[in-house]
Design a protein around this ligand. Structure first.
Ligand code: ATP
Length: 503
């Protein structure tokens, strides 16, 4: 698993998808740059989302709010007071961890022990094995699972009541060690606000403390009435936005899964109070179907319905994806009630209400939110697509089986050799295709090696120009996944490519 993850990170760098930020200065922790191919893949994911959410829904419009917002926004949203992670430092290693993550990892270890027992029993009893019964009757498994539950419940209670001494006591009781050094010498647990602060204005007296937004959602809430009025929107309607968000996360080696600067794709759907559950269900299904449409495999997704809800929510679920390090949150779907709009009404003194022309009544709409991390989507797509395949002749090829619709480059045009007018004809084909697709040209090395390079880059098609092409205006088109090659007319290329790559 570790090797797989390392392989993904190095492939992303080698093939121009993702570089560590400011690498010549040894990088910046949990900050990454999207490279020449990465920026295209990321743009295509964003467009795929935007099209599904905005273009395909008559009652959803987009905005692009500023990253910097009036500081009272974050007071109203609760981020100033409550956007915290509980931190703990190890006195010996001087390493810093999220206390809740240390405890959760420990609980997961106990869970794994239970799973091992279950697997052992399954192997022993074979067909006759009844997992449900075993889990409730086998003393050891019952004990493991009860312990796991107790630990997580105690942690949740302590965090909810902000009893940080209890969180530390739990870490000590369980004898949790620093995962890197094994030391058990911990400091107290402290709350740490995840927002990045900055200043507006030049002189010290007039300067105003600002934050880089930790989520894009608030830019939507503060514009709710502007959009509703100027767009003559009728409830139910949605506002969508993609953009950067910033969180001073405490992270360890998670690549682009958890970054300090990342991009969100969010949509807030404003509904009549009382109708939120129906819309919550609608968006859960609709969003899962959007993910499934990419073809990364149904088995790689699951819902995690939250039992413990944030103070503003009356229902919440995550869509989890099977990342190289297991199932983790990819998207959140939250029924946020009227918490945000009411809070902004209170802090701004402005009314943020909808006038319902059918009932002649004013009300504050309820909100159902869908929120997905663009970088996490990128990681899901990229890690799921990277494959090592053993071919019939025994050789191994590395192929990035990106959904064709998302691939950075749709086709590479390759002259079989570098003379006899083949490069010129290849360029002519590029001149024609480039109005519709990103296409690449490559004439270096033997054609077989060029195919492999395009496989590793994720290019769905290779178009090879040979001597016959000069005579009859046909070329071979090679499909990345099947490696099948067809002889086709140059004039048919556009249609063939379009069939696979159009959104
Ligand atoms: P997590 O529990 O993983 O920290 P969260 O519940 O805080 O995530 P939300 O605030 O609901 O996340 O944000 C919505 C989405 O934004 C997440 O589902 C995730 O895809 C993405 N996201 C959140 N934080 C980060 C981050 N630090 N780096 C990359 N993506 C992120």
């Amino acid at each position: 698993q570790d090797d797989l993850f390392k392989n993904i990170v190095s492939h992303a760098k080698e093939y121009g998808y993702i570089f560590p930020s400011s690498e010549i200065y040894d990088g910046l922790s949990a900050v990454y740059d999207y490279a020449q191919n990465g920026v295209e893949l990321k743009k295509n994911i964003r467009e795929y989302w935007w099209k599904a959410m905005v273009q395909m829904h008559e009652n959803i419009v987009g905005i692009d709010a500023a990253i910097l917002m009036h500081p009272t926004t974050w007071k109203a949203s609760g981020h100033v007071d409550a956007f915290n992670d509980p931190l703990i430092d190890n006195k010996d290693s001087k390493k810093r961890y999220r206390a809740d993550v240390l405890i959760e990892d420990y609980a997961e270890k106990i869970n794994q022990k239970a799973q091992k027992e279950i697997e052992k029993a399954r192997a022993r009893f074979g067909e006759a094995f009844n997992e449900q019964e075993f889990v409730t009757t086998n003393a050891r498994v019952v004990e493991y699972l009860a312990k796991k539950k107790e630990i997580l419940e105690r942690m949740a209670r302590s965090l909810e009541t902000e009893n940080l001494a209890d969180v530390k006591a739990l870490i000590e009781e369980l004898e949790i060690a620093d995962p890197e050094t094994g030391s058990k010498n911990w400091t107290d647990v402290k709350q740490f606000n995840l927002m990045f602060g900055t200043k507006l204005g030049a002189s010290a007296e007039s300067a105003m403390d600002l934050y880089l937004r930790p989520e894009t959602a608030q830019g939507i809430f503060v514009n709710f009435l502007n959009v509703q009025k100027s767009g003559r929107m009728k409830v139910p309607f949605g506002i969508a936005q993609t953009g950067k968000a910033f969180r001073n996360e405490i992270v360890a080696r998670q690549f682009i899964f958890r970054m300090r600067e990342f991009e969100q794709m969010e949509m807030q759907f404003f509904v009549k109070p009382g109708e939120e559950m129906q819309w919550y269900k609608y968006w859960k299904t609709t969003r899962l179907n959007w993910h499934l449409s990419l073809g990364l495999g149904k088995e790689n997704y699951r819902f995690h319905d939250h039992e413990k809800l944030a103070h503003y929510a009356n229902a919440a679920a995550d869509i989890e994806f099977n990342f190289p390090f297991g199932f983790k949150e990819l998207e959140g779907i939250h029924s946020r009630t009227d918490f945000d709009l009411k809070a902004h009404e209170k802090h701004s003194g402005r009314k943020l209400q909808y006038f319902d022309p059918e009932t002649n009544q004013n009300y504050v709409p309820y909100v159902v939110e869908t929120s997905v991390g663009l970088d996490r989507m990128f990681l899901a797509v990229f890690s799921n697509s990277l494959k090592e395949e053993t071919l019939e002749d025994g050789s191994v090829r590395t192929v990035l089986r990106l959904p064709a619709v998302l691939a950075p480059t749709k086709a590479a045009v390759l002259p079989l050799i570098k003379r006899d007018g083949l490069p010129e004809l290849a360029q002519e084909i590029i001149e024609d295709l480039k109005w519709d697709f990103n296409v690449a040209y490559d004439e270096k090395d033997a054609v077989g090696r060029r195919y492999r390079r395009q496989d590793a880059l994720g290019t769905p098609f290779c178009i090879t120009v040979d001597h016959q092409s000069l005579e009859d205006k046909t070329v071979t088109i090679r499909h990345r996944d099947s490696m099948k090659q067809d002889r086709v007319k140059v004039s048919e290329l556009k249609d063939i490519i379009n069939q696979e790559v159009s959104m």
